[in-house]
Design a protein around this ligand. Structure first.
Ligand SMILES: NC(=O)c1ccc[n+]([C@@H]2O[C@H](COP(=O)([O-])OP(=O)(O)OC[C@H]3O[C@@H](n4cnc5c(N)ncnc54)[C@H](OP(=O)(O)O)[C@@H]3O)[C@@H](O)[C@H]2O)c1
Length: 351
């Protein structure tokens, strides 16, 4: 590949920022030329992240998140910052002619009122909601190719929507009564310290949180409704696992009358056949978080319970890679005219 495209990363000190740096260090088509932090500006990346010592990124000095500086140095920026912090920076960078991949929730919901209700904050850049493309690669790659602004999907929604997509699109399951029972590793809460994610608060225990109002609920409902071509409400329930990364969602649906296990498997095989990052496990085997650790894979397993006529879908992803930074790089690849998988041939991190 000839010239590398110069990219910036706002929020490199967070977990998704760290994962972006891990992926970009070996990316053949992009060069990370700016990495920002308000708390660590002036520091070298290799001091913050010793795993980057001796690599091309080790000596990169962190800068303040200044849109004018980013605009002068980069062609595309990743925003790996909390919601609210992204919307104005995205607007400033777009106005300066950059492309933007926003990892926060600021542009994921089509409806300003829904965003404001669930995130309890005004949306100050709602004019951009119409043009933002929801960057779930398997569903919206064509739109992403033409986008200036991509709203990178949330981690739980990525696992949940990919798990439900074949069943909803093929009309195999009832659209009411869907229950998503999802568990995430602690990195899903971000790197900002909080008591609830201290080692002693999460190791050797297992608990639910955020029931029944987790902020990813409207995002899942928005995309599930598009797939099913009718409004869908889901019961979305979240738990924190005593592991650092990974999501397993167990999704309970009711089969429509007459739908056979063979028809279910055929629909999932058809959906997965041209989607190399979605791996359908053979009957009798179920996904685990460790098989997707550090990768772009979404592993799906199917169980039809003949006693209840339920289709139970299991969906496993790595929240930081597939559920955030890897997906962000896939979106950036498409926006920059590169093959979607450039720099994303990531083997699972074992054990
Ligand atoms: N963690 C996950 O599994 C995951 C998955 C999918 C999506 N996401 C989303 O991705 C975004 C980043 O998540 P994360 O887990 O990486 O968060 P994090 O660990 O808390 O890191 C946040 C980063 O943003 C910077 N930052 C915070 N406020 C800022 C502001 N006002 N202006 C500029 N920079 C600011 C912080 O650095 P300084 O304070 O030093 O500036 C830090 O580098 C969030 O919107 C999150 O919802 C996270």
């Amino acid at each position: 590949m000839a010239r590398k495209i110069r990219v910036g990363l706002v929020g490199v000190t967070g977990y998704t920022g760290m994962e972006l740096a891990r992926i970009l260090v070996n990316h053949p088509g992009m060069e990370l030329v700016r990495a920002t932090s308000r708390s660590e500006a002036g520091q070298q990346l290799q001091v913050l992240y010793p795993f980057l010592r001796g690599t091309a990124l080790g000596g990169l000095t962190l800068t303040e998140p200044d849109p004018a500086d980013l605009a002068a140095a980069c062609e595309l920026c990743f925003l790996a910052v909390p919601h609210k912090a992204a919307m104005e920076t995205a607007d400033a960078l777009l106005a300066a002619g950059l492309k933007v991949v926003d990892l926060s929730a600021d542009f994921r919901l089509r409806d300003k009122a829904v965003y404001e209700a669930w995130y309890q904050t005004p949306h100050t850049r709602a004019a951009l909601l119409d043009e933002a493309v929801y960057g779930l690669i398997e569903l919206y790659a064509q739109d992403v190719r033409r986008a200036r602004l991509v709203a990178n999907p949330g981690c739980y929604p990525t696992a949940s929507i990919l798990g439900l997509a074949p069943a909803l699109a093929a009309g195999l399951v009832e659209t009411s009564g869907i229950v998503i029972d999802a568990k995430s590793g602690a990195s899903g809460a971000g790197r900002k310290p909080s008591v609830s994610t201290l080692f002693c608060e999460i190791q050797d225990t297992f608990r639910a949180y955020g029931l029944p109002t987790h902020r990813h609920t409207p995002e899942i409902e928005q995309e599930a409704s598009v797939l099913a071509k009718t409004g869908i409400t889901v019961s979305f329930n979240t738990h924190i696992l005593p592991i650092d990364r990974g999501i397993l969602a167990t999704i309970y649906t009711q089969l429509k009358p007459g739908v056979t296990p063979e028809a279910v498997r055929a629909a999932y095989e058809d959906f997965c056949k041209d989607k190399p990052w979605v791996r359908l496990f053979p009957a009798g085997t179920l996904p685990e978080t460790r098989w997707v650790r550090g990768t772009m894979y979404c592993d799906l397993g199917l169980v039809v319970d003949p006693r209840t006529d339920r289709l139970i879908i299991l969906s496993a992803i790595d929240n930081l890679c597939r559920g955030a930074s890897g997906q962000a790089v896939a979106n950036a690849n498409l926006m920059l005219g590169l093959p979607v998988d450039t720099g994303l041939d990531l083997a699972p991190m074992m054990p």
